[in-house]
Design a protein around this ligand. Structure first.
Ligand code: PLP
Length: 364
């Protein structure tokens, strides 16, 4: 038994993640699903999340790098794993081949690396085309040449073609349609499955669904579309982050709270201190007024977020006592809303939790 009482707990509901996978299938019933579980499953815990998704029949996993892929292999997961950024060195290429990983190739230098492996070394490759995002990918005109490269190496197989959408979450952007046309035209007459859609792409752009979809954010129950919460899209938020009240003060009107004394009590009031701060992943930029939940009621942060603590206005929660749980985001308080207060996205909140947070995975 651990002698520690967790200050901050992130509870991840794996049943919610399976539900969200079912939502992906409902949106794109004819597409195979490559679940984006890079960045430790967007901060949710790669291995437990991958186990839940494998059990629910995910067709493949997408990770950013070899290190993330090997964590899955070492945990005994045998679903295909795709390296979204491919390999960085000859050693990585050899290890990726040994671990039967699928490698995305986005540039000619990577192709040169792979050519240095023994001729008979089997490799499963995705080619990435840059159709307008201008981050990673070959120019579309390179596609026929890439298809020919695979023909020349009998041990190599083409798993498919990938492109990434820059503005799929902007429903009025013309870029998504342009990217899809460029992708289709570049691949005309060439063999191999196609994949373009992230969460926003598969939810908002039916023509983007193609042979494979690559959802990330929506699997965790957050909405990729501005102005909509996950719940409004039929998704279940998978993560709830909670801390606890460790002190309550009755302060006089005019007294200040926290570093910089940026908040002054407008009247005599109760102020609670919560054991969570930016060293746990609560963004320091969250201003006075950003909400938390105590006893199901909204209270607000007052003063600056410090490394290990925040202070909250308890005027709306008269029953609050030391030891009571405080929800930072989760049921009743969408991560998307908190992200909005911090001027960022739910992606960054999820990925920003630090190793000081205690994780619990329920409904495995
Ligand atoms: C290439 C690629 N595909 C799919 C995804 C999943 O995106 P989302 O989390 O928006 O669904 C990402 C995430 O950034 C990505 O980089």
């Amino acid at each position: 038994m651990s002698p520690f009482t967790p200050r901050v707990t992130a509870t991840v509901d794996l049943a919610a993640i399976r539900h969200n996978l079912a939502r992906v299938r409902a949106y794109a019933p004819r597409s195979r699903v490559m679940a984006a579980i890079k960045a430790d499953a967007y901060g949710h815990g790669a291995v437990p999340v991958a186990r839940a998704l494998q059990q629910a029949g995910t067709d493949a996993f997408a990770v950013a790098c070899l290190e993330e892929a090997l964590i899955l292999r070492e945990a005994g997961l045998d679903t295909p794993v795709v390296l979204l950024e491919g390999v960085l060195s000859l050693q990585e290429a050899a290890e990726a081949a040994r671990s039967r990983l699928q490698i995305v190739v986005h540039d000619f230098w990577q192709l040169d690396l792979l050519r240095q492996l023994p001729h008979e070394q089997p490799l499963s490759l995705w080619f990435k085309l840059d159709t307008g995002m201008h981050r990673l990918g070959f120019p579309p005109a390179a596609a026929p040449g890439l298809a020919a490269v695979v023909q020349e190496r009998p041990a190599w197989s083409l798993v498919g073609w990938i492109t990434h959408l820059a503005c799929a979450d902007e429903l009025d952007s013309p870029l998504t349609a342009q990217q899809l046309v460029r992708f289709e035209q570049a691949l005309q007459g060439l063999p191999g499955p196609r994949s373009a859609a992230n969460s926003a792409g598969l939810m908002a752009w039916p023509r983007a669904r193609l042979d494979w979809v690559r959802p990330g954010l929506m699997l965790y129950g957050a909405s990729p579309l501005a102005g909509k919460t996950g719940a409004e899209c039929g998704l279940q938020p998978a993560m709830q982050v909670e801390s606890r009240l460790i002190a309550i003060h009755e302060l006089e009107a005019g007294e200040a709270v926290g570093y910089g004394a940026t908040f002054r009590c407008p009247e005599r009031m109760r102020v609670g201190v919560v054991a969570v701060g930016y060293a746990d992943g609560v963004h320091r930029i969250l201003p006075t007024g950003a909400p938390v939940l105590i006893h199901g009621r909204r209270a607000t942060i007052v003063g600056r977020v410090s490394m290990d603590m925040i202070s909250v206005d308890l005027r709306g929660v008269p029953m609050a006592e030391v030891g009571d749980p405080v929800v930072l985001w989760g049921a009743g308080l969408p991560a998307e809303e908190i992200a909005g207060w911090a001027g960022t996205l739910a992606y960054e909140l999820f990925c920003g939790l630090t190793n000081r947070v205690h994780f619990v995975h329920k409904n495995p």
